[in-house]
Design a protein around this ligand. Structure first.
Ligand SMILES: [Zn+2]
Length: 436
């Protein structure tokens, strides 16, 4: 029999979706809790007295006042844009031409892609993100580098080759057929291998011909257990451009619907300026939205109506959208989501925000039965947080009357310094003490 290991400390998990059952019912917090792990899976979780009694021979690590929480899930990111994070002064379409395309052109070089993937996963794990769904570039080498690095570290990862056959530099375009063939070969090579899951990835409607969108739809129909990820209604000029490129479509989502790219396991980045029809169709079809608030603020794109979408039954997860997004930190991302909702007159609770950055994001990616929460049978992906990681947090948390107040202080004030360690599949994959 393999060994059971236990982490003992304060423990945060979810009993359900706070948007459905309310924050109070959704939050499970144990002041003295324990997480038991065996073979990379959560074997037991709950009050320490109960878990320790049920596993008498287990090796126990005492974490004192640290908080054990589900690993963060980032449901929309561009790992090849790690090197252009924090680039100045552009909105979406200019951003793509000025920063994104020149950088992504370099990813046909496998060693360049590998080095970027290493930097990317270092940052992801330092910030307690245990799973992300990333766009790669048009180059199959960029996908190999991404999944190779994820496998080397033992983390669950989702991603796919960008399909793009127009309105981009020659160095960054494939064709409808090559995009299909290369993606199909990558699905065969990576999907379901270890902890890798493939995502069919047309970049967005303006950079694919109708033939390529049709090819992407056909590919996804053949591999329906893959996620399909793309962008939707991020920027008003983009939406106008889509209208010019696809005059036969009555709205942006309609383009994707025409080519079979809307349904369960489809996840759309941004979805800010939606019509009533589009929001309703996302809900009806079981599609998901990746809410990218730091990116939306950084690029001046607008404010996604998260509460409105959730109220209609659309699945939403939080996402960094690095490099348009300005931070790998899910604390910063939750804070931005709070601020964006505030501007719409909605105050999202810390439980709602934390759920969107973990279980909600996992559900949006269709893998809520694997990751995103601390529950028996899920993969043992967790983060250990120091709730007093800076002087101001120590000061603020000491005055907190309840865990909700301490969690909200983390959302507003914490960063990677709060992440003491990150566990993936029950193994420590980042330790702040060792990395210093
Ligand atoms: Zn994006």
């Amino acid at each position: 029999m393999t060994e059971t290991t236990i982490l003992r400390g304060r423990l945060l998990r979810f009993a359900g979706d706070p948007f459905e059952i309310g924050a109070e019912a959704a939050l499970c917090f144990d002041e003295d809790g324990a997480l038991a792990m065996r073979d990379g899976i959560i074997a037991d979780v709950g009050p320490a007295a109960m878990v320790l009694a049920d596993h008498p021979g287990a090796q126990v690590t005492h974490l004192g006042e640290s908080l054990i929480a589900p690993g963060f899930v980032d449901c929309h990111v561009h790992y090849p844009q790690t090197g252009i994070i924090a680039s100045y002064g552009a909105q979406l379409l200019e951003w793509l031409n000025t920063y994104t395309f020149p950088e992504e052109s370099r990813f046909g070089d496998r060693s360049y892609a590998q080095s970027a993937a290493q930097t990317y996963f270092d940052e992801q794990l330092r910030n307690g993100v245990t799973t992300a769904c990333s766009f790669c570039t048009i180059h199959p080498e960029s996908v190999d580098a991404y999944f190779d690095e994820a496998a080397r570290r033992g983390v669950r990862a989702m991603g796919g080759k960008v399909m793009m056959d127009r309105n981009a530099p020659n160095t960054l375009t494939d064709t409808a057929q090559a995009g299909y063939d290369d993606s199909k070969a990558l699905i065969g090579k990576w999907h379901g291998v270890g902890r890798a899951l493939y995502a069919v990835t047309p970049r967005f409607a303006p950079t694919s011909t109708e033939a390529q969108l049709a090819a992407a739809g056909a590919l996804w129909a053949e591999h329906r257990d893959c996620v399909m990820q793309t962008h939707l209604s991020e920027n008003r000029n983009e939406i106008k451009w889509v209208g010019e490129l696809f005059p036969g479509s009555f709205d942006y989502l309609g383009v994707y619907e025409k080519y079979g790219l809307v349904g369960e396991r489809a996840i759309f980045g941004h979805a800010i300026h939606l019509s009533d029809r589009e929001a309703a169709r996302l809900a009806e079809t079981g599609a998901s939205v990746a809410h990218c608030p730091t990116s939306n603020q950084f690029l001046g794109s607008g404010e996604c109506d998260v509460a409105g979408l959730m109220g209609r039954g659309v699945r939403v997860g939080l996402a960094s959208d690095v490099g348009g997004g300005s931070s790998f930190s899910m604390f910063h991302t939750m804070k931005a989501a709070y601020e964006v909702a505030q501007r719409r007159g909605v105050s999202l609770s810390p439980v709602h925000l934390w759920w969107l950055a973990t279980a909600g994001a996992a559900r949006a990616l269709g893998i809520g039965e694997k990751i995103g929460n601390l529950a028996v049978g899920l993969e043992a992906d967790a983060v250990v947080l120091d709730l007093a990681s800076t002087p101001i947090l120590r000061h603020r948390v000491a005055r907190a009357d309840c865990i909700n107040e301490a969690l909200f202080a983390q959302i507003v004030l914490a960063d990677d310094r709060a992440v003491t360690s990150t566990l993936s599949g029950g193994r420590v994959v980042y330790d702040q003490g060792e990395s210093r």
